[in-house]
Design a protein around this ligand. Structure first.
Ligand code: 2RA
Length: 327
C-alpha cells in the first residue's frame, strides 16, 4: 500500500504517521506533505526518517490513500488533485463532512458507509467521535431519540499551538506576567471557555452544531435531537464528555454496561475515567453510567478519549484499514 499524509507536521499528521507504524500497516511507500516552512524536515518512522515535501503537480500519483490533516481551505484545494490521482482521500477537516456523496465514518459504528465513497471519506469531529462511540452500543439496544451533551475539550484539539498556549500561560501566571491569548478567545490557564469554533445564528457554536449534524449522519438518524455545549478546559490531551441520552425504551443498566463493554473500541470503567488516564491510547472509556432523573428512558454517562488518536488520526487510519479489508 502507498500512503500519503498532507499536514504531516501538525499534531494530527504526526499521530497519523505514528498510527501507521504502531498498527504495523504494511506500507510500500509513505509520502509526507506540509507547508513550504517544513519542506525538507525529517520525521522519524520506525528505524527510518521520512522527508517532508510540499504539494506539487503529480505528487499524489501512484498513491492508494491520502490521509488529510489540513485546514478546510487546503483540503478543498487538495481534494481534486488527490481524487484525480486515483487515491482515496480520508479527510480530517470539516470541509466535506455533510456532503451527500462523502461518507462520514467511525468504523465501529458505520464502517459499511466507507465502502460507498466516491474518492473522499470524511473523518468526523473529535468530540463527536468520542461521544457517539459511547452512545452507539446503547443505540443498538433501543433507538436513540435525543442527546444532551457537554464537552470538556483539551487544548490539543486546537493543535500544537493550543498546547503551546496553555504551557506559556501557566508559566506567565506563575511569573505574574500579563496574559495575551492568541489561540483561544480568553485565558485558558486555570480557566474554562464555553466557546469553541465560531458562533452561528441560533446561539450555538459550529463545534456544538457538529454534535447534531455529524451525529445524525453517522448514526443514520436524521431526526435525532441534540443539544450540546462545548467547553475548552486546561487539559493537554483527551476530550471528556458528559452525556444524557434518551432512548425509545427504558433500558436495564446492566445490559447497557454489557453492551458498552462488548463494543469494539470501548472500555466500560467503574472507576471514573479521566483525560490523563485516557491519553495516548485509542479506546474510548465510559463510566458513571446511571439513570437520568429527568427522562424515564434516559441514560446519563461520562466518557473520555484521546482526541488526537481516536478523535482524529487513529480513526482515519482505521477507516483506511476498513476500506482495504472490505473493498
Ligand atoms: C477542537 N474540534 O477540539 C476541535 C478539534 N477537531 O478544537
Amino acid at each position: 500500500m502507498k500512503v500519503g499524509i498532507v499536514g504531516a507536521t501538525g499534531a494530527v499528521g504526526r499521530q497519523m504517521l505514528d498510527c501507521l507504524a504502531e498498527r504495523k500497516i504494511d506500507c510500500e511507500e509513505i509520502r509526507l506533505f506540509a507547508s513550504e516552512r517544513s519542506h525538507g524536515t525529517l520525521i522519524p518512522y520506525g528505524n527510518d526518517q521520512l522527508m517532508v515535501d510540499v504539494v506539487k503537480p503529480g505528487c499524489f500519483d501512484g498513491l492508494d490513500f491520502v490521509l488529510g490533516a489540513v485546514s478546510n481551505d487546503l483540503s478543498k484545494q487538495f481534494r481534486p488533485l488527490i481524487e484525480k490521482a486515483g487515491a482515496v482521500y480520508i479527510d480530517n477537516s470539516s470541509a466535506f463532512r455533510l456532503e451527500k456523496d462523502v461518507p462520514l465514518v467511525v468504523p465501529e459504528i458505520n464502517g459499511e458507509d466507507s465502502l460507498h465513497h466516491h474518492g473522499t471519506i470524511a473523518n468526523p469531529n473529535c468530540s463527536t467521535i468520542i461521544t457517539y462511540m459511547a452512545i452507539a452500543p446503547i443505540a443498538r439496544l433501543s433507538k436513540l431519540v435525543s442527546l444532551t451533551a457537554s464537552t470538556y475539550q483539551a487544548v490539543s484539539g486546537a493543535g500544537m499551538k493550543g498546547i503551546a498556549e496553555l504551557s506559556t500561560e501557566v508559566e506567565d501566571v506563575r511569573q505574574g506576567r500579563e496574559i495575551t491569548p492568541h489561540v483561544f478567545p480568553a485565558q485558558i490557564a486555570y480557566n474554562c471557555i464555553a466557546d469553541i469554533g465560531s458562533m452561528t445564528d441560533n446561539g450555538y457554536t459550529t463545534e456544538e452544531m457538529k454534535m447534531l449534524n455529524e451525529g445524525r449522519k453517522i448514526m443514520h438518524l436524521p431526526d435525532l435531537k441534540v443539544t450540546c455545549t462545548c467547553v475548552r478546559v486546561p487539559v493537554f490531551r483527551s476530550h471528556a464528555i458528559s452525556a444524557c441520552a434518551v432512548f425509545e425504551d427504558r433500558l436495564d443498566l446492566d445490559e447497557v454496561k454489557k453492551a458498552i463493554s462488548a463494543f469494539d473500541g470501548d472500555v466500560y470503567d467503574d472507576e471514573v475515567p479521566t483525560p490523563l488516564m485516557t491519553s495516548n491510547q485509542d479506546k474510548v472509556y465510559v463510566g458513571r453510567l446511571r439513570r437520568d432523573l429527568v427522562n424515564d428512558n434516559g441514560i446519563a454517562l461520562w466518557c473520555c478519549g484521546d482526541q488526537i488518536r481516536k478523535g482524529a488520526a487513529a480513526n482515519a487510519v482505521e477507516i483506511m484499514e476498513y476500506v482495504c479489508k472490505h473493498a
